[in-house]
Design a protein around this ligand. Structure first.
Ligand SMILES: NC(=O)c1ccc[n+]([C@@H]2O[C@H](COP(=O)([O-])OP(=O)(O)OC[C@H]3O[C@@H](n4cnc5c(N)ncnc54)[C@H](OP(=O)(O)O)[C@@H]3O)[C@@H](O)[C@H]2O)c1
Length: 288
């Protein structure tokens, strides 16, 4: 199949979409971003992206967004939307597009996610039944998740209170994940691949916070809190309870055994995966 000349990005104004849009434009591919509403987040998208409004909860609202599309960079906003409409959305995609790259999760790679849940494994199963050329990006946690500690790091005490500081992560730079997805959409040889996409190093959550401190010239301190207390906070701040439980159980597991790591970013993009320190330098202002 030739390179898709127009690619639709869903959940486009999240952490990954703006990077994916920039890489696609750089490669000379037209980019359309599916946007739910008129929102300042749209400003995160690079100049040259066509904005089309649509709601993944309402498949019929997506016709304009999908018109003329050949590739889809598919992300599902699991935090705020059930997958009830995903089959109908995918049916519409299949009628128009040739290729799809799905942002999935390491949870599928290690067998923690079951497809009967509202989760990435379910979307993978749906896509495998289509005629689309597909690539799954089974990613570890985003480096951007550390932004969740920003207000505590900026605070007077600089104490970060969260469970499992010793959880050893291989967090990925969102831009690297986007770059792998874009390569899989615009070049040959990625159909049917289930890529484990990770960062280049193992760092505990506490070490990530220490690196942020080194970058901004402060000494934030990690303080482990009980998982149950954190769970309550997570749910209050909008986490679906089952996701909070899954994340906390996973972090507990990572205190005993480090997260899996791969060299997929380098293999697919030809560039080394970016380190957490590079990410922290890019986002230093958020922590000051
Ligand atoms: N964070 C991690 O560590 C991690 C790890 C593994 C996998 N993932 C996966 O990575 C993917 C991307 O994550 P992300 O953080 O970049 O984005 P996200 O937070 O999952 O999605 C946010 C985006 O989805 C849009 N959105 C929400 N409801 C919508 C609807 N009904 N119709 C259309 N758009 C809607 C939002 O638009 P508005 O701003 O207008 O609401 C926003 O642009 C997700 O599928 C996530 O599950 C994340």
């Amino acid at each position: 199949m030739s390179v898709p000349c127009k690619v639709l990005i869903t959940a486009a104004t999240g952490n990954v979409g703006p990077h994916a849009a920039a890489y696609l434009l750089e490669a000379g591919v037209s980019v359309r971003a599916l946007v739910l509403r008129d929102d300042p987040q749209i400003g995160k998208l690079p100049e040259g992206v066509e904005i089309v409004y649509g709601d993944l909860a309402d498949p019929d609202s997506l016709d304009a967004a999908l018109d003329g599309i050949k590739g889809v960079f598919w992300m599902w906003p699991f935090f705020t939307l059930s997958t009830a409409t995903a089959p109908a959305v995918l049916e519409k995609i299949e009628k128009r597009a040739l290729r799809i790259a799905l942002v999935s999760s390491v949870g599928v790679h290690i067998g923690l996610e079951r497809s009967d849940n509202n989760c990435h494994a379910y979307l993978e199963e749906l896509i495998e039944k289509t005629r689309l050329e597909w690539t799954f990006l089974r990613t570890t946690g985003f480096m951007a998740n550390a932004l969740g500690f920003a207000s505590q790091i900026r605070g007077d005490t600089g104490v970060v209170r969260f469970p499992y500081g010793a959880a050893a992560r291989t967090s990925v730079h969102e831009g690297d994940l986007a770059a792998v997805g874009v390569r899989s959409l615009i070049s040959e040889g990625h159909a049917g691949k289930k890529y484990l996409v990770t960062g280049p190093e193992v760092l505990t959550q506490e070490e990530q916070v220490r690196i942020i401190g080194e970058v901004i010239g402060r000494e934030p301190r990690w303080e482990d809190v009980h998982a149950q207390a954190a769970r309550e906070q997570m749910v209050l701040s909008g986490w679906p309870p089952s996701y909070a439980d899954g994340a906390l159980d996973y972090f507990a597991m990572l205190t005993k055994e480090p997260e899996v790591m791969s060299d997929v970013v380098r293999e697919v993009t030809g560039k080394p995966a970016r380190t957490f320190r590079e990410w922290a330098r890019e986002h230093a202002d958020s922590f000051r």
